[in-house]
Design a binder for this molecule. Structure first.
Ligand SMILES: NC(=O)c1ccc[n+]([C@@H]2O[C@H](COP(=O)([O-])OP(=O)(O)OC[C@H]3O[C@@H](n4cnc5c(N)ncnc54)[C@H](OP(=O)(O)O)[C@@H]3O)[C@@H](O)[C@H]2O)c1
Length: 478
């Protein structure tokens, strides 16, 4: 595996720990190596020292022998992708010589602007073999045109079957379990439609802010950074039709149909169906504009959304009329990712109180599935129904370590299985839906609604659901 940007934040926090855990579990072949590329001028020993200092303390557990074996797999090559010097490419070519038949993974953990030049670089150095694959990190562009440009540049060197566009949410256990829950159990399918489901909520809430990341975040914002990829991918898995097979194309074909069925939100509709917010100083910390950063806030900083809520609709027979509420934000009161499927209430209640059933798929923290059913509160006297969760915690039930999403996905790349990766047409269909919303916001030229750091978004996000008598699911779970 050749990690381009191998000294960066993503490599240190996600990729290298995932590779170490996979190695410890015996899932890396004996001769496997990880070659990190950066401009940092490190030797192999210098890079290993950096990994020892930055990666090892954060591991779940490590054993001395396994750690030494893992360190022995690491190399570093200094290479500036846009620079005139060829010595980095020459060093990489030497390292890979004689291994043309081995699977070669080029992992692009570097700024998106370097994706195209890097692919051309490996091609010009003659390093692309039939068993080569390339992994692309998000964000793939900041609009449809940008995504197409990157896809064209990478596609000029690698075939679509060699390109793995990663969305790490798809590697989470709960997300995999959503497919099993829907397609390996018979009881849900008859009620998985607009006759029985009132609405769906997908929340990805972060309690952290964006200190030191203004340069990136000003250009991204919550809509592009989170909704275009993670939230829309989750929506697809909830809404897709049962695929005929669990293979690389069938699932992606069904997800694409969902994206193509999303009702466009254009022009003034954005006022009714979307909300944008930006955190200001509150109990949880400073406002977005006051976060410590190397650069001062610009006009883009004032306009960028750190929170968004969108009411989406999937226009097909199964889902017509069922709102899919998506929301994501920084500096919210909790860190929580979940899908809530809210069923319709009983047609006629013979008990006082009560309420509709809810299926909660929790991605983090504590991955698990909770089905809220009505049960009788114990005791004599009047029968009082109370919602009680039937809970399946993966960690408790299977008594095994729940692997990080990156572990699963990296092993899929090594195995050449792209099922859980986004195909080009999916990425572009998602941008086609996002672009008109972003364009309307930009044309308005106004600032997002403020919300105090540590609260769950601006009032408008609650009003969006409140207008139809609904409310965001805020309840904590065991
Ligand atoms: N961090 C995350 O949690 C996260 C999550 C999702 C997606 N991503 C995506 O993953 C990618 C990496 O993010 P990051 O946060 O790890 O960034 P980062 O900390 O800034 O690291 C970037 C890496 O790329 C190298 N690099 C940059 N320009 C280069 C060049 N011209 N030639 C050679 N190496 C170069 C850097 O090393 P030198 O500067 O020493 O060359 C460094 O190793 C980005 O596309 C980002 O959008 C990151």
């Amino acid at each position: 595996m050749i990690v381009f940007g191998g000294t960066g934040d993503l490599s240190m926090r996600k990729l290298l720990p995932a590779l170490y855990h996979s190695d410890r579990d015996g899932r890396l072949a004996p001769g496997s190596r990880v070659i990190a590329l950066s401009r940092g001028g490190l030797t192999d020993a210098g890079f290993r020292g950096k990994v020892e200092a930055e990666v090892r303390p954060g591991l779940h557990a490590d054993d001395a022998e396994g750690w030494e074996r893992f360190l022995g797999r690491l190399r570093h090559v200094s290479l500036d992708v846009g620079g005139p010097r060829r010595d980095g490419w020459t060093a990489l070519t030497h390292l890979l010589a004689g291994r043309e038949d081995t699977a070669r993974i080029f992992y692009l953990a570097s700024p998106p602007a370097t994706f195209g030049p890097f692919c051309r670089g490996v091609h010009d150095a003659g390093l692309v073999t039939p068993r080569s694959r390339v992994v692309l990190e998000k964000p793939l562009g900041r609009d449809l045109a940008g995504a197409r440009r990157i896809n064209d540049e990478v596609g000029a060197i690698f075939g679509e079957h060699q390109i793995f566009r990663i969305d790490h949410y798809l590697g989470k256990e709960t997300v995999q379990n959503l497919l099993v829950l829907r397609f390996a159990n018979a009881f849900l399918e008859p009620i998985w439609n607009s006759l029985w489901i009132d609405h769906v909520q997908i929340t990805v809430a972060e309690s952290v802010g964006t200190p030191g990341r203004r340069g990136y975040y000003d250009q991204a914002g919550a809509l592009r950074d989170m909704v275009q990829n993670h939230l829309l991918q989750l929506l697809c898995l909830v809404a897709m039709e049962p695929p005929s097979r669990n293979d690389r194309e069938s699932i992606r074909d069904e997800k694409l149909k969902v994206l193509q069925a999303l009702r466009p939100i254009t022009g003034t509709e954005a006022d009714r169906f979307t909300v944008r917010g930006q955190y200001v100083a509150g109990e949880a910390g400073p406002g977005y504009l006051d976060e410590p950063d190397q650069t001062a806030p610009t006009t883009a900083s004032h306009r960028v959304e750190t929170f968004t809520a969108v009411r989406a609709e999937v226009k097909n027979w199964r889902w017509a009329g069922v709102p899919f509420y998506l929301r994501t934000g920084k500096r919210m009161p909790y860190r929580r990712s979940e899908i809530v499927v809210q069923f319709k209430d009983v047609p006629h209640s013979i008990f006082p109180g009560g309420g509709p059933n809810r299926l909660v798929l929790r991605l983090q923290p504590g991955e698990g599935i909770h089905l809220h059913i009505m049960a009788k509160e114990p005791g004599a006297g009047e029968v009082v129904p109370r919602p009680v969760p039937l809970s399946l915690s993966f960690a408790d039930t299977f008594r095994t370590r729940v692997p990080e999403a990156y572990e699963r996905l990296l092993m899929d790349v090594l195995a050449g299985n792209p099922t859980l990766f986004m195909r080009r047409d999916e990425v572009e269909a998602a941008w086609s839906w996002i672009d008109p919303i972003a364009a309307t916001w930009e044309a308005a030229g106004t600032a997002p609604d403020p919300y105090p750091a540590g609260t769950s978004g601006p009032a408008a996000a609650h009003e969006m659901l409140g207008r139809s008598g609904r409310a965001w699911h805020e309840e904590d779970l065991p």
